[in-house]
Design a binder for this molecule. Structure first.
Ligand SMILES: O=C[C@H](O)[C@H](O)[C@H](O)COP(=O)(O)O
Length: 226
């Protein structure tokens, strides 16, 4: 797992992306430690008078946005102008997400946004995707999806909870298989193969969805448009 980035780098990326939010915007609020910096920065701007509405992507981002005083809406009430979200790995404009098991709702919100901004630290960047792909599955489909992943050349591993016996259960009541494929030569093809397996709710491959990638460091932020 690529989680070695410094908090200062994550903060720089999150705050730079949050700065681009315009008055009156509906903002998709991503999940994870980098997106949390963006949520806090948006909260400070709301406190200072910014008119913005947030659409959370998880229990965690909803809770943080509430603490920060950001007005919230559901996706069936608004349309999202800009989404700001983290990633576990970034290669060009393609991502692996779901380290926090939030990728299903994240994908719905991020893909619906007019602009999707990825926020990351340099440890997330790669030439090609090779991070294990989280696959959210209906509990009853755990073993059939695992077989399908193996047939695709992957190695599925049921994600276990850390402070509970048994598996991680997502915000949607499902399980997660972390599926290692080695270097992913054709992310789009793998994404289609995973999406078409019965019982797959959503996988963490975000192919061609990002409009810009904000990579923070202790010295500043680089913005790439894939
Ligand atoms: O499910 C969680 C998300 O996809 C996160 O955005 C991703 O895991 C990156 O999180 P972090 O910024 O904490 O590395």
């Amino acid at each position: 797992m690529k989680q070695g980035g410094s908090d200062a780098a994550k903060r720089a990326a999150g705050e730079a992306a949050a700065e681009t939010v315009e008055d009156g915007a509906v903002v998709g609020l991503g999940t994870g430690s980098t997106a949390a910096h963006a949520i806090r920065a948006i909260g400070r701007r709301v406190d200072a008078g910014l008119d913005a509405v947030g659409v959370p992507t998880s229990f965690q981002s909803r809770e943080l946005a509430r603490e920060e005083g950001i007005p919230l809406a559901d996706l069936d009430e608004v349309s999202v102008d800009v989404a700001i979200d983290g990633a576990d790995e970034v290669a060009g404009g393609d991502l692996v997400k779901g380290g926090g098991a939030a990728h299903a709702r994240e994908k719905v919100v991020d893909a619906s946004a007019d602009r999707f901004l990825v926020v990351a630290d340099p440890t997330k960047e790669a030439e090609a995707l090779s991070h294990p792909v989280p696959v959210e599955v209906l509990p009853a489909a755990r073993s059939t999806v695992a077989e399908r992943v193996e047939a695709l050349g992957g190695d599925p591993d049921l994600r276990r909870a850390e402070r509970k016996d048994g598996p991680v259960v997502t915000d949607n009541g499902n399980l997660v298989l972390d599926c290692a494929f080695g270097e992913i030569a054709d992310p789009e093809r793998l994404a289609t193969a995973l999406s078409t397996a019965p019982g797959v709710v959503e996988h963490g491959l975000f192919v061609g969805l990002a409009d810009a990638v904000y990579v923070g460091s202790e010295d500043g932020v680089t913005v790439r448009e894939p």
